[in-house]
Design a protein around this ligand. Structure first.
Ligand SMILES: *[C@@H]1O[C@H](CO)[C@@H](O)[C@H](O)[C@H]1NC(C)=O
Ligand SMILES: *[C@@H]1O[C@H](CO)[C@@H](O)[C@H](O)[C@H]1NC(C)=O
Ligand SMILES: *[C@@H]1O[C@H](CO)[C@@H](O)[C@H](O)[C@H]1NC(C)=O
Ligand SMILES: *[C@@H]1O[C@H](CO)[C@@H](O)[C@H](O)[C@H]1NC(C)=O
Ligand SMILES: *[C@@H]1O[C@H](CO)[C@@H](O)[C@H](O)[C@H]1NC(C)=O
Ligand SMILES: *[C@@H]1O[C@H](CO)[C@@H](O)[C@H](O)[C@H]1NC(C)=O
Ligand SMILES: *[C@@H]1O[C@H](CO)[C@@H](O)[C@H](O)[C@H]1NC(C)=O
Ligand SMILES: *[C@@H]1O[C@H](CO)[C@@H](O)[C@H](O)[C@H]1NC(C)=O
Ligand SMILES: *[C@@H]1O[C@H](CO)[C@@H](O)[C@H](O)[C@H]1NC(C)=O
Length: 473
């Protein structure tokens, strides 16, 4: 608890640059008494519960002529309903109620002070006809569509510069009908990058809860340039063979809570990002103050929990706790490459149970492609101060595969109380190059690169000093 309070409350300090980090740390230590006091009441991002007052006005999508037969296209009904509900923005907002039925639609835009509520048995179904999908500008921090250069298909449910928006229900479903998109992706016949199910851009006070998301064409929930996003109690799945499908992607966003979710995806379950090479560096917007807890994650070809590889705006101050990772290629992965710039740092992951995972931890310094040939090969990413503690794993093939960058080695990778049982198929338990760090009570025995001086140990766990953990370590 103190740890969460500590990390998340310090977001205002100037620790965005490695050179300033030591200074920030001293400041933080000086502030530790104050932190302790605040610490009593919490709290990571997930402890700031959003207040969900019922909306004073509610209309049903049926009142706008929608037909829930799974065949009628309801895009206009959704657009008209939301246009109408805009007028309640200054009257406490309004709810758009979606009753049981199969509601086929193309993309539609949300508005501020809106609750989209999907009743049990309500399924919003994405159209499989690309002509129903508007093409929107690429995100400035990516410079182009991530799969096909140029624009990208708008997400099914889209929010641009909104405030106070809730997508929730009584376990209603949003089904992206991704199969056609996966086939077009695999056969290289997409004209634009695939759409996501839900995307919020530059929005704040966003809640997504109590729903099921199925078959996303690409990502399921994508907050970009957002603040204060709560994603709670949702279930997300796409088939194991669906190409590069990702569950939740906090992207250049500040203050994100993901809790009580079950996510089963083709590629990554949760992927933290912050822009692509020169575009992400220029945009300069980090993903920070992220709190992930009580999640069950499964990722067939990628990782349960992935950082990068698009991380050019930086990723920092992230706490992950009480997570179960299973039946996946990789457990926890940091991906980056030359040209990215940016950083991944001050990330604490604890209380992890893994089972049936090929690679438990990976840090890859040569992973990912470039948007174009204008990237700067001298823009080296930095990975520093990553702490993993209290981890158990069963049926793991490779414990750690850590490959840093020669001119920018990965530093202060700290492991404590990690016990992994390695299966007989394992070619090697640990593989390390261009990395350094510290380890304590780690089985199997890690590579020597992770056994540096006690100097490193105190640096490693300095963030934990404040919550009394050092006594135990
Ligand atoms: C939805 O928002 C996008 C981006 O702001 C815009 O391009 C599009 O025209 C909007 N669609 C509707 C129906 O208003
Ligand atoms: C989670 O959502 C389901 C419906 O999807 C609901 O029945 C349940 O009460 C919710 N749990 C919490 C803790 O909100
Ligand atoms: C929610 O709905 C999905 C199907 O859409 C179902 O598989 C799941 O069991 C439901 N969960 C709850 C808590 O009712
Ligand atoms: C891509 O565009 C071509 C030419 O307009 C069209 O024939 C094709 O159906 C489009 N493909 C997809 C998947 O939209
Ligand atoms: C989810 O559903 C539960 C049970 O209906 C309700 O208590 C809770 O407030 C809902 N959570 C959110 C964030 O909507
Ligand atoms: C061990 O994990 C691998 C995936 O890495 C899986 O294919 C295999 O079935 C698992 N073995 C057992 C006994 O569960
Ligand atoms: C380790 O990861 C690298 C990519 O970073 C990969 O090429 C290599 O095969 C992996 N090694 C093992 C033993 O899995
Ligand atoms: C080590 O981690 C396990 C869970 O993985 C936990 O039960 C145990 O208390 C931890 N040991 C110490 C000394 O913190
Ligand atoms: C700790 O490490 C730094 C560089 O990483 C070094 O300058 C310093 O002398 C070390 N201190 C001790 C006590 O080993």
């Amino acid at each position: 608890m103190h740890l969460q309070g500590f990390l998340l409350r310090n977001s205002g300090l100037p620790c965005s640059y490695d050179t300033l980090f030591q200074v920030a740390l001293l400041l933080l230590l000086a502030l530790s008494n104050a932190v302790r006091i605040y610490g009593e009441e919490g709290e990571g991002q997930c402890d700031f519960k959003p207040k969900l007052d019922p909306r004073p006005h509610s209309v049903s999508i049926k009142e706008f002529g929608a037909v829930g037969d799974g065949k009628t296209l309801n895009t206009i009904a959704f657009q008209n309903a939301i246009f109408y509900l805009k007028s309640f923005a200054d009257k406490g907002g309004a709810q758009l109620y979606v009753p049981p039925g199969k509601w086929l639609t193309g993309p539609f835009n949300l508005t501020s002070h809106l609750t989209l509520f999907l009743e049990k048995g309500a399924v919003i179904i994405g159209s499989q006809d690309p002509s129903h999908w508007e093409v929107v500008e690429p995100l400035p921090s990516y410079g182009r569509g991530t799969e096909v250069p140029g624009g990208r298909y708008q997400s099914l449910i889209y929010g641009y510069m909104l405030h106070d928006v809730v997508i929730t229900g009584n376990n209603g479903t949003i089904d992206g009908m991704g199969l056609v998109w996966w086939e077009w992706f695999t056969s290289h016949s997409l004209n634009h990058s695939r759409p996501h199910l839900v995307e919020f851009i530059a929005s704040d006070y966003v809640v997504v809860s109590n729903l099921t998301f199925l078959n996303a064409p690409a990502y399921s929930v994508h907050p970009v340039y957002c603040r204060n996003v709560h994603i709670q109690n949702i279930s997300i799945s796409s088939p194991p063979e669906s190409p590069y499908t990702v569950g939740i992607v906090p992207d250049s966003s500040d203050g994100v809570c993901i809790e009580d979710c079950t996510i089963v995806m083709g590629y990554d379950a949760i992927g933290l990002k912050s822009g692509w090479d020169e575009y992400g560096i220029a945009y300069g917007r980090p993903t920070t103050n992220v709190h992930i807890r009580h999640v069950h994650l499964q990722a067939s070809s990628g990782a349960c929990l992935a950082f990068g590889s698009d991380m050019s705006g930086g990723i920092s101050n992230t706490i992950v706790e009480h997570v179960r990772l299973y039946n996946s290629h990789s457990g926890i992965v940091f991906r980056t490459t030359r040209g990215r710039g940016g950083y991944m740092k001050e990330i604490v992951i604890s209380d992890v149970e893994m089972e049936n995972i090929y690679t438990a931890f990976a840090a890859m310094g040569h992973c990912g492609s470039h948007p174009d040939d204008r990237y700067d090969p001298n823009a080296l990413p930095h990975l520093n101060h990553i702490t993993l503690l209290d981890v158990t794993g069963k049926n793991i093939t490779i414990a750690g595969n850590l490959t840093g960058i020669q001119e920018s080695p990965f530093t202060n990778i700290c492991l404590s109380n990690v016990t992994l049982s390695i299966n007989s198929a394992s070619p090697i338990a640990w593989k390390c190059s261009d990395v350094s760090g510290f380890s304590e009570s780690v089985l199997p025995e890690p590579c020597p690169d992770l056994k540096s001086s006690s100097n490193s140990s105190s640096y490693c766990f300095s963030l934990l000093d404040l919550n009394g953990k050092t006594a135990v370590l």
